[in-house]
Structure formats: C-alpha cells, structure tokens
Write a protein that binds this ligand. Structure first.
Ligand code: SF4
Ligand code: SF4
Length: 103
C-alpha cells in the first residue's frame, strides 16, 4: 500500500471494468431447474436469462453475488460458486466460506 501514488489510493474501481472487478458466478443444476424464470426477474444485476427453458448467466456476466437468486429459487437449483470482488488496489479481507443466505 505504501508504494501507491495518491491518485492510486483514492481510485474508486469502476463497476463495469473487468480489469478492476471480479464478478460473482452462480451455477445451475439443470436437473432441478424447472425454468420458472423467477431468478431471471429477481436478479438485480440483470445478469440471468432463460435459454431452452433453463436459467443461465448472461455473457458478459455482471453478477454482484447478492444471493437473491439462490434464496428465491423454488427448486434449490442455484449455487453461489464465486464471490464478487474488487481487484486493483484494495486490501482483501477474509470473506469466509460461501454460505447459503438466511431464509
Ligand atoms: S428460479 Fe430456479 S427453477 Fe426457476 S428458472 Fe431460476 S434456477 Fe430454474
Ligand atoms: S447472485 Fe445476485 S447478481 Fe448474481 S446472478 Fe444471483 S441474483 Fe443476480
């Protein structure tokens, strides 16, 4: 941190720059997914879509790992696979293990 310039220290990462942001990843169990589309409508990042009656992440993915989709899926078909993280000059703190949201 001490080697950073002042402008680097006060830099705020841009949400839409993949060099500065690592987006979350959710995975789907296609056997369980009924294609109801609730997760697609609930996703605040608008990063899910239905294809062939199965939910998928859009490309590019802008998941903020909020876990809304995992909580709302009636078929328990979605799993958080990777957290959303700032990269760049931010000190990483312990995120802990990925856990299901409280219901
Ligand atoms: S909410 Fe669950 S069952 Fe419905 S489309 Fe999404 S993943 Fe499939
Ligand atoms: S974790 Fe949140 S942002 Fe990511 S896909 Fe699910 S609802 Fe969308």
């Amino acid at each position: 941190m001490s080697n950073l310039t002042f402008s680097e220290r006060i830099h705020i990462p841009r949400y839409d720059d993949t060099a500065e942001i690592e987006y979350g990843i959710v995975t789907f169990d296609e056997e369980k997914c009924s294609g109801c589309g609730i997760c697609v409508k609930a996703c605040p990042a608008d990063t899910l879509e239905l294809m062939d009656k199965k939910s998928k992440m859009k490309t590019p993915n802008e998941c903020m790992a909020c876990s809304v989709c995992t909580a709302i899926c009636p078929d328990d078909a979605i799993t958080m696979h990777k957290n959303y993280r700032h990269s760049g000059y931010f000190k990483m703190i312990g995120f802990g293990e990925l856990t299901m949201p409280r219901m």
